[in-house]
Ligand binder design. Structure first.
Ligand code: AMP
Length: 494
């Protein structure tokens, strides 16, 4: 078996690795470090949790230990899709470079340009950045990328999802042709393949098996859930989540709860808090200091439930998460792999449970195809809990009776859910090209509403129209010629 000492790393880096308590390199480290140290390009197909951050930071520190940085010309560049990931990479540099004299700067949104400018002006060995913020600095004329000798692209598939590929291509073109490139992606989508063919030169390709297909230590399950009534789906789903959490009892020491939409992240966190659960939200719209505070709290164990969007939680390294709850089935199967990979890390046992409503069954099928196994169906604890006695006065009006123009947010709900419920309306989906492309750009676009379009057949959409006319004909909508509703006698008389 390869040992760290076999890898030709700088002795000071080796010392830091030892102090971190690592005994043997992980497969991605054993595969990527030797070619990286030889100055070759590396294409690492691996996801977080495999030790991939050290697989590029350790050789980088070794290579950069020789030489000095020049003002405004960083010697290396690491691009990450989110601020949290960038901050995590920066922490890794601090850990492994503690015995080597290297300077670094972290360029992420939510931090003043001035502070970052000062660091760049002095000259840095390592620049860790999100693409938008990096280009903002470049366009302000504060940064030159012509001194970059090593460039890392981390989580390239997530960059693709977030619409960063044009920025990445531009950044590649601003760095010298002779640079060394270390490129990491969990999957090789055709667009990623194209980028690597264009910008990498004869890379050493290291592929690490997908986590979800091999992680036997993660117990998985899904509750198939159909609301008692469509307009109660959201609140019943939240109740189901609480019951699932409660059923786990003390085994659930902490958990990440994933929602597909930012608005749901907020609502679920708020609702849990209302019911006495120690929960806080994290997503791209929250300001950086709040995100950092929440994350730190979760890592330290002072926060038990982190309600998160895929983007915010991607790549987070929280070593001891006992549970992952998927409040929604992710619409992209790979996200399931990433989400459940937050638990069961470093060989620990973990449990991942999901709620699946009927319209998400297709997405569940794609997940099962990807992970190549059926996710065990769990009993729905809500079923035995029904019927729920609801005071007549508080019962929501039936959708058939509700005017189509009346906003659903006004409807009356159970008291404890009431305030939370009022915020539920066509939420904007996060990322996947729909959200503002880059939260770190100084000029971000407003979010686009990509809430599911109302289908024509939806009950709330049609009932009133029929009532108005009193004699509508199925399939004719509003454009019914008047004679259709008349009897033959009436037609003849008319
Ligand atoms: P990453 O895939 O970079 O997010 O790393 C996942 C976790 O594995 C982090 O907590 C690292 O500190 C840890 N780690 C990285 N390399 C090793 C190693 N060789 N042995 C044990 N743990 C490691």
């Amino acid at each position: 078996m390869t040992k760290f000492s076999d890898l030709n790393l700088n002795p000071k880096v080796l010392k830091a690795v030892e102090e971190a308590g690592y005994e043997t390199p992980t497969p991605i480290q054993a595969g990527a470090i030797p070619p990286a140290l030889e100055g070759r390009d590396v294409l690492g197909i691996a996801q977080t949790g495999t030790g991939k951050t050290a697989s590029f930071t350790l050789p980088m520190i070794t290579l950069l230990a020789r030489g000095r940085a020049r003002a405004r010309m960083p010697r290396s560049l690491v691009l990450c899709p989110t601020r949290e990931l960038a901050a995590q990479v920066a922490e890794n540099f601090d850990t492994y470079a503690k015995h080597v004299k290297l300077t670094k700067a972290l360029l992420i949104g939510g931090v003043s340009f001035k502070e970052q400018d000062q660091l760049i002006d002095k000259g840095v060995d390592v620049l860790i950045a999100t693409p938008g913020r990096l280009l903002d600095h470049f366009e302000r004329g504060k940064l030159l990328l012509t001194g970059v000798q090593i460039m890392v692209v981390d989580e390239a598939d997530r960059m693709l999802d977030m619409g960063f590929i044009p920025d990445i291509e531009r950044i590649f073109s601003l760095t010298p042709f002779t640079r060394q490139t270390l490129f990491f992606s969990a999957t090789m989508a055709p667009e990623i393949e194209r980028i690597t063919n264009t910008f990498l030169s004869a890379p050493e390709r290291i592929e690490i098996a997908r986590q979800a297909t091999t992680a036997e230590n993660i117990e998985q399950g899904v509750v198939m859930f159909k609301a008692s009534r469509k307009d109660r789906e959201a609140s019943e789903k939240r109740k189901l989540l609480r019951m699932m959490i409660d059923a786990e009892g003390e085994k659930c020491t902490n958990a990440i709860i994933f929602c597909n939409r930012k608005t749901d992240v907020d609502i679920v966190a708020k609702s849990l808090k209302k019911y006495g659960y120690d929960a806080a939200p994290i997503h791209g719209d929250l300001d950086q200091s709040q995100r950092t505070r929440t994350l730190d709290g979760f890592r330290e164990g002072s926060l038990r439930f982190l309600v998160a969007s895929d983007v915010a939680a991607r790549g987070l390294d929280v070593p001891s998460v006992s549970h992952v709850f998927n409040f929604d089935v992710p619409s992209h199967a790979e996200d399931y792999v990433h989400r459940i990979g937050r638990t069961g890390r470093a060989g620990r046992d973990g449990k991942a449970m999901m709620i699946c409503v009927p319209r998400d069954e297709k997405n569940l099928e794609s997940i099962e195809r990807l992970v190549q196994k059926e996710i065990p169906r769990l009993d729905n604890p809500l079923k035995s809990d029904r019927p729920e006695a609801e005071p007549e006065a508080e019962r929501a009006p039936r959708p058939e009776r509700r005017s189509a123009a009346k906003p659903a947010a006004k409807r009356v709900e159970k008291p404890a859910e009431q305030q939370v419920e009022q915020q539920i309306e066509t939420p904007a989906e996060e990322t996947r090209g729909a959200a503002p492309r880059d939260e770190d750009r100084s000029t971000s676009r407003p979010p686009r509403d990509t809430g599911a379009p109302r289908r024509r057949g939806d009950r709330g959409d049609r009932g009133d129209r029929g009532d108005k006319k009193g004699n509508n004909v199925v399939g004719m909508g509003d454009h019914m010629p008047s004679f259709i509703a008349l009897s033959f006698e009436e037609r003849r008389a008319g």
